[in-house]
Design a protein around this ligand. Structure first.
Ligand SMILES: [Zn+2]
Length: 173
């Protein structure tokens, strides 16, 4: 288990459509463990593989935000198979855009099909923060960030702030 560096926007890895994982093997599970450790350490409630530079369709989430929690999910090749008509607004943030938040409207409930860390096919219904988080993370696998749901003016504002933060981060390293 290794703590990985979380990439910050703007970064080309965060813009890519990630590729499907063909086989859930030990390499896949090692990536899942790194994602979980990095997410809990941040701390955050979700982390997608491209955020640590692995352009693969996998993310982890735990909206209870408790370490070593049995509620931690590993979702491989996730697909939304149903979304509610009812929407909800959540003030979203992202580990790739630290300290940036915006109200994003999404379907309030979703049903997601995925492979778990044992390679078993699962279909799960999510609501509340779990539904928001799952959709936010699946966006990551398609090269999309929460700011891509905003107007181009707001998006540019966030990107400028991040470029400044990134410059400071590079200087501190
Ligand atoms: Zn994110």
């Amino acid at each position: 288990m290794t703590l990985q560096k979380i990439l910050w926007h703007p970064d080309p890895h965060l813009k890519k459509k990630c590729s499907e994982i063909g086989l859930v093997d030990d390499v896949t599970r090692a990536l899942a463990d790194d994602l979980l450790a990095t997410m809990y350490n941040a701390p955050g409630v979700g982390l997608a593989a491209p955020q640590i530079g692995e352009v693969k369709r996998m993310f982890v989430m735990d909206c209870t935000a408790k370490e070593e929690d049995p509620f931690a999910r590993v979702l491989i090749n996730p697909e939304i198979v149903w979304s509610s008509k009812e929407t909800s607004v959540y003030n979203e943030g992202c580990l790739s855009l630290p300290e940036q938040y915006a109200d994003i409207t999404r379907p309030a409930e979703v049903r997601v099909q995925y492979l778990n860390r044992d390679g078993k096919e699962v279909e799960e219904h999510f609501d509340g923060l779990w539904a928001t988080c799952a959709q936010h993370e699946i966006d990551h696998l398609n090269g999309k960030l929460f700011i891509d749901h905003l107007s181009s003016l707001k998006r540019t504002m966030f990107t400028r702030k991040m470029m400044k933060m990134k410059k400071e981060r590079t200087r501190d390293e």
